[in-house]
Design a protein around this ligand. Structure first.
Ligand SMILES: *Cc1c(COP(=O)(O)O)cnc(C)c1O
Length: 406
């Protein structure tokens, strides 16, 4: 086989569709988020980032930085091994206690990322519970899909955020069949939120385990940042709560929180947990400081909500179409991969505004979008510059205006 020609033709096909991924090279500046320097070869440009998942700016919070510096100096760079062989640092254990407490669960287990926590968590549960059938929301994240696929368990897909369809599918299986229902709280591309209580009613009716991905909820929702399930008083009804330390908490890593026995079961049988070097202790300490701070401080969450609603209101005034949703994510709809990329390039080149275009396969074709993520560290001036730039490009390209139906 001519490997080189094969790689090239596959990549050309992606380019042809206008969805070849170009990574923007930036250097974020601690203390100045959301501002960053963009690199294009030797040239640089000051930019404002409008598509970060560091939703609350915790990646530059003084308490987080201080904790990371202290533990870096105290423990050195790396963990020195897997959790099983010499890498089980005190700071990992402290972080797991903090996470268990955050979600009101007996225990928690850390992974190197949210992706790995879903892949290993779902993969292990679904493969190790004999005859387990997994019921997966149609819009679940790639990491959940891969974990379920890896388990080789039978999978049934229920209509997105539709408890009735879930009920219908669960009813096809007798009470003797072990069932695992997997879904998210906030879906990150449309920004819609699952009807958690209704889904849990259905799970309980059928004796199914529930597994929620709160990656886009933790830190942001609930009185202590425990996520949407905390806000809605549902955490104790959920079997497994999964989250990331890399988005709202601003650092890196993933976890599950559940009963002591379930966590011990995953710890014991998950290959993706046991055969991988533990997170650097400084990372664990930074995440711990972030979680602790957000348990008591509501300043970040309040200001976040304020900036999100200001951006929405100003988009509405200009008739720039965005999906109405109850979350912090603002998807501005373009509906064409090339156009989406061109608008994004133009915003960057002419206004120093960085919004990554979101194209297929992350979202369905025809729903290409710019996904705006305002944060508490965006100023009113940042917002005004964004809105002026969007208004300008919408006029220049004669893009459709008007509101999208809820
Ligand atoms: C980003 C994301 C993950 C993965 O989390 P990382 O910590 O970034 O690996 C899992 N689930 C959802 C829904 C996500 O958006």
């Amino acid at each position: 086989m001519d490997f080189a020609a094969y790689f090239k033709s596959e990549l050309d096909a992606v380019r042809e569709e206008g969805r070849y991924r170009v990574f923007t090279e930036i250097e974020r500046h601690c203390g100045h988020f959301p501002h960053a320097t963009r690199y294009v070869g030797a040239a640089t440009q000051d930019v404002t980032v409008w598509c970060s998942n560091d939703y609350l700016g915790m990646g530059q919070h003084p308490l987080v930085i201080e904790a990371m510096h202290a533990v870096l100096d105290e423990c050195g760079a790396g963990a020195g091994g897997t959790r099983n062989i010499s890498g089980n640092n005190h700071h990992h254990v402290l972080l797991e206690c903090e996470l268990a407490d955050l979600h009101g669960k007996e225990a928690a287990l850390l992974f190197t990322s949210g992706y790995v926590s879903n892949w290993a968590g779902l993969g292990t549960l679904a493969s190790r519970i004999p005859g387990c059938v997994v019921f997966s929301d149609a819009l679940n994240h790639a990491s959940m899909i891969e974990g379920i696929r890896h388990s080789r368990a039978e999978k049934r897909i229920w209509a997105h955020n539709d408890p009735e369809d879930l009920d219908r599918l669960l009813s096809l299986y007798g009470p003797e069949v072990p069932k695992l229902v997997a879904f998210e709280s906030v879906y990150s591309m449309d920004g819609d939120i699952a009807p958690i209580a209704e889904i849990l009613d259905v799970c309980e009716k059928h004796g199914a385990m529930s597994y929620i991905d709160e990656v886009h909820g933790v830190g942001l929702y609930g009185p202590r940042g425990g996520g949407v399930a905390e806000r809605e008083g549902q955490m104790d009804r959920i079997t497994v709560i999964e989250g990331t330390l890399g988005k709202g908490f601003g650092v890196m890593g993933g976890y599950i929180a559940a009963s002591a026995d379930l966590v011990d079961f995953v710890r014991t049988f998950a290959s993706g947990f046991i055969f991988s070097t533990a997170l650097p202790p400084a990372l664990a300490a930074g995440a711990c400081a972030s979680i602790r701070h957000l348990k008591s401080s509501t300043f970040e969450r309040d200001r976040h909500k304020e900036v999100v609603s200001t951006v929405r209101r100003k988009l509405d005034m200009l008739g720039i179409p965005h999906i109405p949703n109850p979350s912090h994510i603002i998807p501005v709809m373009v509906g064409d991969a090339r156009k989406c990329k061109r608008i994004s390039d133009w915003l960057m080149d002419n206004h120093g505004i960085y919004v990554q275009p979101i194209n297929y396969p992350t979202v369905p074709r025809g729903t290409e979008r710019l996904r705006l993520t305002p944060s508490p560290v965006h100023t009113d001036g940042d917002v005004d510059r964004l809105i002026d730039a969007l208004s300008d490009i919408w006029s220049q390209c004669e893009l459709a205006r008007g509101s999208l139906a809820a």
